[in-house]
Write a new protein. Structure first.
Length: 383
């Protein structure tokens, strides 16, 4: 699959996402049309190796597509990149017979995977779990409540963090795959957030049982370090960058268009300074995103403090700077095109969506972690 082929597929999904973005945001409705297009184009199988019927893509491809989809609809971009995070865990750690069967379905576009990691009292902290697996050695029972599951009501399968069977500590965690048919899935509550409304991240209750071979990998801490955390920070940052870049592009087209030339003084030093600052923020995020992606691809041990600091810096910086870049644009174009819903700039939507970025695995939590990590790297290494 060439880069051009992937770009064409991404454009097809982005076109559908843009066509339906107004109503999915208004109604806080999951973007079912976009998911259908992700299935049709087989982009759900982007990271599935070709031998299993997938597109054989890379993490760099996920970033490119996350940026492209983010320009159209941040919720769709987040849904896609989070699915890719789950697929990468299966590719890297699932054993037979689960591996072939699941990757075959994903590669054909028949399986959208949702992540179930949140839990009441611990939020999205990955390395602990309260709900425990139980079973007789051949089957494992699941009884799990999650307060936030992005796209869970529309998922075909789930990767679920559970306390390991016979564990004596919440830090002994297993990652378990369950197909929807193996579970009783019930939603509760309403989803009426400020932004990211189309992600439809409602609470879910999951009850059922699966064969014991559907545990993915033997060490969830390793999966978290090598796949879950890096893929989250790279994918989220790509979606945020795409959303902010799309907003800037629409503003620039507006300013250059004949209908607005009399309204805006494009020679204004204040306007030009705000445009400059917005672009600088996005170039900074883009450079950090690509640098971090190279580290994730090449580093033999991502658990080292300097690598963890880089990953966390990407997430924190992207969350802050993409939101700030769009806020600069709101100030630049004013009330009509910066604050009202019906503006073609869609800045109002972008700002609401990006306000979630610093809260999506809290920047405050990551800053505390980074303070501790910084003390472990007194040489301040950048490689």
């Amino acid at each position: 699959m060439t880069a051009l082929d992937l770009a064409e597929k991404a454009d097809q999904v982005a076109h559908v996402a843009e066509e339906h973005a107004a109503h999915t945001d208004r109604d806080a409705a999951f973007p079912v049309e976009s998911l259908a297009e992700l299935r049709r184009t087989r982009l759900l199988g982007l990271l599935v190796p070709a031998e299993y019927g997938g597109l054989g893509g890379t993490v760099s491809d996920v970033i490119d597509l996350g940026i492209r989809l983010g320009r159209a609809d941040m919720s769709v971009a987040m849904i896609f990149t989070m699915h890719c995070q789950q697929v990468e865990a299966v590719v890297r750690y699932a054993a037979e017979p689960l591996r072939s069967a699941l990757l075959g379905r994903v590669g054909e576009g028949r399986e959208y995977l949702a992540s179930v990691t949140t839990e009441a009292g611990k939020g999205g902290h990955l390395l602990s779990a309260e709900s425990a697996l139980h079973g007789d050695g051949t089957r494992l029972g699941i009884d799990r409540f999650a307060p936030i599951v992005t796209g869970g009501q529309h998922a075909d399968g789930f990767l679920i963090t559970m306390r390991s069977q016979d564990a004596d500590s919440p830090n002994q965690v297993s990652l378990v795959y369950a197909h929807r048919d193996q579970l009783d899935v019930s939603g509760s509550g309403d989803w009426q957030p400020m932004g990211m409304r189309a992600s439809h991240s409602i609470p879910l209750k999951l009850i059922g049982s699966v064969p014991a071979h559907q545990v993915v990998g033997k060490d969830f801490k390793e999966i978290s370090t090598t796949v879950f955390a890096p893929m989250a920070h790279l994918g989220w940052s790509a979606a945020w960058l795409g959303t902010a870049a799309g907003a800037l592009s629409r503003v620039l087209r507006l300013l250059r268009g004949p209908d607005e030339r009399r309204r805006f003084d494009v020679g204004s030093e204040l306007l030009l300074t705000r445009l400059s600052r917005s672009r600088q923020r996005l170039d900074t995020v883009h450079a950090l995103l690509r640098r971090t992606a190279d580290t994730v691809r090449d580093a033999p041990d991502l658990s080292l403090p300097n690598h963890q600091l880089l990953l966390n810096a990407l997430k924190i910086t992207a969350a802050e700077q993409c939101h700030a870049a769009v806020n600069d644009l709101v100030e630049a174009v004013g009330l009509r095109h910066g604050y009202l819903k019906d503006s073609p700039t869609r800045l109002e939507l972008a700002l609401r969506d990006l306000r979630s970025a610093s809260l999506n695995y809290s920047n405050d939590r990551l800053n505390l972690a980074d303070g501790r990590l910084a003390l472990l790297d007194p040489e301040v290494r950048f490689v």
